[in-house]
Write a protein that binds this ligand. Structure first.
Ligand code: NAD
Ligand code: TYD
Length: 354
């Protein structure tokens, strides 16, 4: 691994990954390809260690000519593919960009990778970053998802990610492209766009806005700190077997309401409300998400056993650090909140639920 292309590297997980990789791999050159949609921000890449080893290119993964040129000009031997439309609620309100980027974009990258690789280097790798949501929804008592769980996606987002996973496997089976896939649970941590549960609750909590809990907040997610996810991907790149899939998760099972209450309790300590009321008083129960998956739980025994990876941050510690990060980065928060698309979308989503 010498020259790596990171797609979606200006987004939440991608930017954390670029930062981790520059720190862990002192010889590596990194190219980030990112369209800078509403979710991508150059500011996410502003504090890189060794920035001279990083090149940013704004562009679309669906642009075959551009992707071909990058693979050739930078002698890319490794692709780590994060670029995607990533938010379930947006996929319900408008699925088209999910089909285009997540399916057509992944197909375009695979075609370009196949041409660049052309069977000539055993060192080539295409790593596809996916989600546990492709496996569907668990009921109480069901066993956790693992690498052999059948696919059963429910939202346009998870269906588009499932399609992209299948394409990646097809390119491995049919053409021998050296691929790996990871299916990870919900991430949280610095630089997450505040449409997702945890940063939305932190920022609405601080600014005195309603904390919209879908349904009764009984749904369960498995939360993983983004830096732990990035370390897992680095291990897969270093020691994972081509053709293999690895499930990644945080080994915890809080309900959404428990997560929101924990964030409220942290905010009560760090930024008490002027009126002395607890932040929990801002919780508002809103109409549930259609097709809302009830529970995700992921079995990490394969990646633990084969690659020695375990999540390193306890959820409570990770949440405290994440609240601190949002409190100490007001310029980043302001620039995200000022994006016009964000306020328009938040209004549409909120109205949909009221
Ligand atoms: P994100 O929405 O924060 O970032 C996505 C990035 O992709 C943005 O920078 C955006 O500008 C870029 N992008 C979108 N369309 C593009 C296109 N056509 N061409 C080039 N760039 C484009 O997403 P994230 O939360 O960082 O997720 C990254 C990846 O990880 C996704 O593939 C997602 O499915 C997967 N994943 C996310 C989670 C999670 O909890 N966030 C969990 C498991 C897997
Ligand atoms: P989200 O962060 O959107 O991730 P995903 O849908 O990919 O799991 O949502 C996490 C959970 O939180 C999910 O069960 C939906 C719920 N949720 C709310 O209750 N309120 C909100 O405002 C949001 C954004 C999510």
């Amino acid at each position: 691994m010498k020259n790596i292309l990171v797609t979606g590297g200006a987004g939440f997980i991608g930017s954390n990954f670029v930062r981790s990789l520059l720190a862990y791999e002192p010889e590596l050159q990194i190219v980030t390809l990112d369209l800078l949609t509403y979710a991508g921000k150059l500011e996410n890449l502003s504090d890189l260690p060794s920035p001279e080893r990083h090149t940013f290119i704004q562009g679309d993964i669906c642009d075959r000519t551009l992707v071909d040129r990058i693979l050739s000009d930078h002698a890319i031997d490794t692709i780590v593919h994060f670029a995607a439309e990533s938010h379930v609620d947006r996929s319900i309100l408008g699925p088209m960009p999910f089909i285009q980027t997540n399916i057509v974009g992944t197909f375009t990258l695979l075609e370009a990778a196949k041409t660049a690789w052309a069977g000539k280097s055993s060192k080539f790798r295409f790593h596809h970053v996916s989600t546990d949501e492709v496996f569907g929804s668990l009921q109480p008592g069901d066993p956790a998802f693992n690498e052999r769980t059948p696919y059963d996606p429910h939202s346009p987002y998870s269906a588009s990610k499932a399609a992209s996973d299948h394409l990646v496997r097809a390119y491995a089976t049919t053409y021998g492209l050296p691929v790996t896939i990871s299916n990870c649970s919900n991430n949280y941590g610095p630089y997450q766009f505040p449409e997702k549960l945890i940063p939305l609750m932190i920022l609405n909590g601080i600014t005195g806005k309603p904390l919209p809990v879908y349904g009764q907040g009984a749904q369960i997610r498995d939360w993983l700190h983004v830096v732990d996810h990035c370390e897992a991907i680095v291990r897969i790149l270093r020691a994972g077997k081509t053709g293999e899939t690895y499930c990644i998760g945080g080994d915890n099972q809080p309900t959404n309401l428990e997560i929101v209450r924990t964030i409220c309790e942290i905010l009560d300590r760090k930024v008490p409300r002027a009126d002395g009321q607890p932040h929990e008083s801002q919780i508002t129960y809103v109409t549930d998400r259609p097709g809302h998956d009830f529970r995700y739980d992921i079995d990490i025994s394969k990646i633990s056993r084969e690659l020695g990876w375990h999540p390193s941050r306890a959820l409570q510690t990770g949440l405290e650090e994440t609240v601190d990060w949002y409190l100490t980065h007001p310029a980043w928060v302001d620039s995200v909140l000022q994006k016009q698309d964000f306020s328009v979308w938040m209004d549409a989503n909120y109205q949909e639920r009221n």
